[in-house]
Design a protein around this ligand. Structure first.
Ligand SMILES: C[S@@+](CC[C@H](N)C(=O)[O-])C[C@H]1O[C@@H](n2cnc3c(N)ncnc32)[C@H](O)[C@@H]1O
Length: 338
C-alpha cells in the first residue's frame, strides 16, 4: 500500500497497490508533484491522446478558463448545478474534513473553482483522468500541496483509494467512457455511506442532429489529433460564417419527426441545434472555438442520454436523486446515498 499522508488531516489518501492481484494498479511513477501515474496500459488510447493535447500546455485551456470567467459562462458546465454544489462543498470544507473525488478531472477546472480564495482548509481533493497531461496542471497558489492529488487512472474502474469520499463528481465525462453504466457503478463504490454523487452527461438531441453527429463522429474519431484539429477548424469557420447571417428563419409549426419546434431562429442557432455542432464564440477566439468542436466530434465515445436512464442508474444504486437540471446540451443529476 502507498500511503500519502496529509498532515493535519484526520485521514489520508491511501492507495491500494499491486501486492497480489492483477486488479490492483502498479505505481508507475510521479508525473509531477502529487500527480501519480497508475495506468499500466490505456484501454482507449485515442481518447487519452486527444485529451493529452486538449489539456496540455500548448493549448493553455486552464489558463484561459482562469482568466476568462465571462467566456466560460457560455459553456454547459457553468450552466448546470455545479457552481451551487461547489459552494456547498467549500462551505462544509471550511470546518469539516471533506474528501472529494473528481472523476475525469480534465485540466483541473473544477479544482480551480473549489480552491478559489478563501481556500477551504479542510478540503482534500483527488482528481483522476486518463490523459497524460495531468502533470502540467497548475495547482492554485494558496492551496496546500497536501490537499490536492492527481491520479492517472481509468475511471471505468473503481478508484484504488481505500477511504470513501464525501463527494464523488463526474462532470461532462461519463459519456466518454466505453460503458457509462459500468463507470457509474465504479463511481458509486467510491461514495461514503452518506455521501453525494453528481454527474453531468450529454443530452439526446433532435433526430437530425443525432444522426449527423453519429455519422460525423464515426469518421472524425478515426482522424489523428492533427487532422481532427484542422478539420475542427472548418466547423468553427462555418459557425462564424453562419453567425454573420442576420436573416432569421421562421418555422410555422412543430415538426415532430424532425424534432424542430415552431418558432423563429437565428441561422447559426438553427443549424447548430438541429444539424451539426459548429461552435464559434468570439470570446474564445478561433483556436479555442475549434477546440470546442474538436472536443465534440473527436473522442471515441460520446453517448447521449435522457434523464430517465440516468435517474434509473441512481435509483438502482440506492441513491435518492435530489436535483435534476437539464439544458439542451447536458443533464445534471445529484443524488445522496440512502
Ligand atoms: C470534456 S472533458 C471534462 C473534464 C472535466 N471533468 C471538466 O468538467 O472540466 C472529459 C474528460 O474525460 C476524460 N476521460 C475520458 N475517458 C476517461 C476514462 N475512461 N478514464 C478517465 N478519464 C476519462 C478525458 O480525458 C477528459 O479529460
Amino acid at each position: 500500500m502507498i500511503t500519502l499522508e496529509v498532515p493535519g488531516f484526520g485521514s489520508s489518501v491511501k492507495l491500494e497497490r499491486s501486492a497480489n492481484a492483477a486488479s490492483f494498479p502498479q505505481f508507475r511513477g510521479r508525473l509531477s508533484g502529487s500527480s501519480i501515474d497508475l495506468i499500466d496500459s490505456v484501454a482507449d488510447v485515442r481518447t487519452a491522446e486527444h485529451y493529452a493535447l486538449q489539456w496540455g500546455a500548448s493549448i493553455g485551456f486552464q489558463n484561459f478558463a482562469r482568466d476568462n470567467p465571462d467566456a466560460m459562462a457560455y459553456t454547459p458546465s457553468r450552466q448546470l448545478g455545479w457552481s451551487e454544489l461547489f459552494e456547498r462543498i467549500r462551505e462544509r470544507a471550511r470546518t469539516v474534513p471533506t474528501r472529494i473525488y473528481d472523476a475525469a478531472c480534465g485540466c483541473g477546472l473544477i479544482m480551480d473553482e473549489l480552491f478559489r480564495d478563501p481556500v477551504p482548509e479542510q478540503l482534500l481533493y483527488v482528481g483522476a483522468d486518463i490523459h497524460g497531461s495531468l502533470g502540467e496542471i497548475s495547482v492554485p497558489r494558496n492551496a496546500q500541496p497536501e490537499q490536492i492529488f492527481f491520479l492517472r487512472w481509468d475511471i471505468s474502474n473503481p478508484i484504488p483509494v481505500i477511504e470513501p469520499f464525501d463527494f464523488v463528481i463526474c462532470r461532462s465525462s461519463i459519456h466518454h467512457t466505453r460503458e457509462p453504466a459500468h463507470t457509474f457503478g465504479s463511481l458509486v463504490r467510491a461514495v461514503a455511506p452518506t455521501g453525494r454523487l453528481a454527474i453531468t452527461a450529454y443530452a439526446k438531441k433532435c433526430r437530425l442532429r443525432e444522426l449527423n453527429d453519429d455519422a460525423i463522429r464515426n469518421e472524425f474519431s478515426k482522424l489523428s489529433n492533427e487532422e481532427a484539429l484542422k478539420a475542427a477548424g472548418e466547423f468553427m469557420v462555418l459557425g462564424k460564417a453562419l453567425q454573420a447571417v442576420s436573416e432569421r428563419l421562421k418555422v410555422e409549426r412543430d415538426l415532430e419527426w424532425l424534432g424542430i419546434r415552431a418558432g423563429e431562429y437565428g441561422i447559426q442557432d438553427f443549424i447548430y441545434d438541429h444539424m451539426i455542432k459548429c461552435w464559434f464564440n468570439p470570446m474564445f477566439g478561433e483556436k479555442l472555438s475549434s477546440i470546442v468542436n474538436f472536443d465534440w466530434y473527436h473522442p471515441t465515445y460520446a453517448y447521449r442520454f435522457d434523464t430517465v436512464t440516468l435517474r434509473n442508474w441512481f435509483a438502482a444504486a440506492g441513491f435518492a436523486v435530489e436535483r435534476i437540471i437539464s439544458t439542451k446540451a447536458q443533464h445534471y443529476l445529484e443524488g445522496v446515498r440512502i
